[in-house]
Design a binder for this molecule. Structure first.
Ligand code: AMP
Ligand code: MG
Length: 336
């Protein structure tokens, strides 16, 4: 742990007009860095046998586990479809074709207005979405930490000019993203928050402010595992040994940057999925195509989604995630 402070956040009100944003040296450096991070992620995953698929953009249902954010409906020939808030359901389905897949997938979430100034929420963003048949939660965590260490190391080695423009020291970046990363259970994270004087409930989601506080205590990325049922989507598998605890994780960037990835072992059993849907207030009838696949047999799996703009923000040391997007959209801010 360190006594690092959270990065100063810049608010949505500061987003310049697009013509100005796209021509600043800082935006160009951040976007070149994004390009390099995506290249090295593709190389790294490809070398391990992952197949990149093109992601879905619309579907009859999408990920309901997006706390506070609204989904967007579209009219699909008289049927109500959704823009993807995340491609989780399709990731599980894709394992019927291949054992290891990834996407770089676009997501749209109508985040609440108050997120415009958090420095970490966009309305339109992208995930590096990874899914692995037969993997455990801990195996997925190893894939996630290797991926982050690899792409950050490659950026430190090869993106010196971009990092210099953005004021990020490549040596420090390489050092802080060296493996392995610490692992805290949700319970340990709650205890750490109590020591910091934050009244975190032991069986609730850790909100972004508390997470920022926790993240500011660390000088290297770390995992928080075992979030409580109720805080996450129906697809995060519940522990058989510890009912109420989910086999999931968040990967959290240090220095106040906060969550950059969430992942889990997935529920794939038809009856348990229906129960979990009901428990999370979802109507199973809406999930017809997905439950039909589950009834026939979806592969067991684990995986994660790593936010691309949040990754760039952290690697580049940017004060706000919009600085890592070519066409930033923040809650309530009308922009092209
Ligand atoms: P979630 O499904 O909410 O855990 O999202 C998966 C990952 O996507 C997160 O770990 C973030 O890196 C990224 N992410 C989620 N919501 C947003 C957002 N509103 N803006 C930017 N990135 C996001
Ligand atoms: Mg998450």
């Amino acid at each position: 742990m360190s006594d690092t402070q959270a990065p100063a956040r810049s608010t949505g009100a500061l987003v310049p007009p697009l013509g100005e944003h796209l021509t600043t040296a800082a935006t160009r450096a951040a976007l070149r860095l994004q390009n390099r991070l995506l290249h090295s992620a593709r190389d790294h995953l490809g070398a391990q046998g992952f197949v990149e698929l093109l992601p879905p953009i619309i579907g009859p249902v999408t990920d309901p586990g997006v706390r506070g954010a609204k989904q967007i409906d579209i009219d699909y020939y008289g049927h109500r479809y959704k823009l993807m808030t995340s491609a989780i359901l399709y990731k599980q389905a894709s394992l019927l074709a291949f054992d290891k897949i990834f996407y770089v997938s676009p997501n749209v979430r109508m985040e609440p207005l108050e997120t415009a100034g958090t420095g970490r929420h966009l309305v339109e963003f992208h995930q590096l979405d990874v899914e692995i048949a037969g993997a455990s939660r801990d195996e997925a965590m190893r894939v996630a930490e290797n991926l982050l260490a690899h792409v950050a190391g490659q950026a430190a080695d090869q993106a010196g000019a971009e990092l210099a423009t953005l004021g990020r020291d490549p040596g420090a970046l390489r050092k802080e993203t060296g493996l392995p990363f610490d692992r805290l259970s949700h319970r340990e994270a709650v205890e750490a928050l109590h020591r910091l004087g934050h009244p975190q409930s032991a069986d609730a989601e850790i909100g972004w402010q508390a997470e920022e506080l926790l993240s500011a205590q660390f000088d290297r990325p770390f995992f928080v595992t075992d979030y409580q049922k109720g805080s996450r989507g129906f697809y995060d598998r519940e522990s058989r040994e510890e009912p109420g605890v989910l086999r999931n994780f968040d990967l959290i960037a240090p220095g106040g940057y906060g969550e950059i990835s969430s992942g889990s072992e997935r529920e794939h059993d038809y009856a348990r999925l229906v129960t979990r849907m009901r428990e999370t207030g979802e109507n199973p009838e809406k999930y017809g195509w997905y439950l039909a696949l589950a009834r026939k047999g979806l592969p067991a799996s684990a995986g994660f989604g790593l936010g691309v703009e949040r990754l760039v923000r952290y690697v580049a040391g940017l004060s706000s995630v919009w600085q890592a997007a070519a066409y930033p959209k923040l809650a309530g801010v009308v922009s092209p």
